[in-house]
Design a protein. Structure first.
Length: 295
């Protein structure tokens, strides 16, 4: 009877599992199509040739993300015949600079909002929140005037780092501030009794306990700078200074449709983000302040 009841309990899960599998296939289908285009060695969206009178199986083959022949020529051409390596280097410099600058400023600002009382504290947090309600394109004109005309930082990595760090700080401050609020103040009070300065408390106690939140903030800042296209396309008007997303658009411009190069470049661009996520995963899934008040 127990075995029969277990089987009956397992039956309702079958439709749910089927739906989950269907949605999973629906989600990964575009990714498989991009991978197929990248390894097809062609520049056309059609990875299979249809006969004059195609049958149902011929049409099914045409929409199946599996190339007729596998080739890495698209990857080799993108890296050797195109300045894609230079664009990747620009993206890496901008993303790393944005992450370092943005996380540092967000951590210090969030800690100040979490621990100190000062005039304008509530108004400052509300200003950060309100700034997230407006679309990013709304800031294009004022940012262009400030960055290009006033500071003369057009087509420069430093200018793009400043723009990305500025736009990512409000969200990062809100996220880190909420995490700092969960860290017990008793730890800081005990450190003060032992003679530690506020700066040492922040660097030696608070930041190590806030590794999960800092990791999420760093990943968010890096991905924002790495994948952003509109601001980079607006401020970068020299080909040598393009970032990878800006360079990818030239593979599928108005005069050429090099979908194989575009797919190969997209895969290359996604690899660093995947490795960064895997590296930070242990911090993303770790406990918030587990072990912070032991002993």
């Amino acid at each position: 009877m127990a075995l029969f009841s277990e089987r009956r309990e397992g039956i309702p899960h079958l439709p749910l599992h089927a739906v989950l599998v269907a949605f999973t296939l629906f989600t990964i289908y575009p990714i498989l199509w991009v991978v197929s285009l990248a390894f097809s060695g062609k520049q056309s969206l059609a990875i299979a040739t249809l006969p004059e009178n195609p049958t149902f199986w011929d049409r099914l083959r045409a929409v199946t993300p599996w190339p007729e022949t596998f080739s890495v020529s698209n990857f080799a051409s993108v890296m050797a015949d195109q300045p894609f390596a230079k664009w990747m280097l620009n993206s890496a410099i901008v993303a790393i600079g944005t992450t370092v600058l943005g996380v540092f400023m967000a951590c210090t600002a969030a800690y100040a909002f979490s621990r100190f009382k000062f005039p304008g504290q509530r108004a400052g947090m509300m200003a950060f929140l309100v700034s997230q309600m407006f679309p990013g394109t709304l800031m294009l004109i004022p940012l262009y005037i400030i960055l290009v005309q006033w500071l003369g930082l057009g087509s420069s990595r430093l200018g793009l780092i400043i723009v990305y760090a500025t736009t990512s700080i409000p969200f990062s401050v809100w996220m880190l501030k909420g995490y700092f609020d969960t860290i017990p103040k008793d730890l800081e009070e005990a450190a003060l009794m032992d003679g530690a300065s506020p700066g040492r408390i922040f660097w030696s106690i608070i930041l190590p306990l806030a590794k999960p939140a800092v990791a999420v903030t760093a990943l968010f800042s890096f991905m924002t700078a790495w994948n952003e296209f509109i601001l980079a396309a607006t401020f970068m008007d020299q080909e040598a200074m393009y970032t990878a997303p800006v360079g990818l658009r030239f593979f599928v411009g108005g005069f050429s449709q090099q979908w194989g190069y575009f797919a190969a470049g997209s895969i290359i661009v996604s690899v660093p983000v995947v490795f960064l996520f895997l590296f930070l995963q242990k911090y993303l899934v770790s406990g918030l302040t587990a072990g912070g008040v032991k002993g």
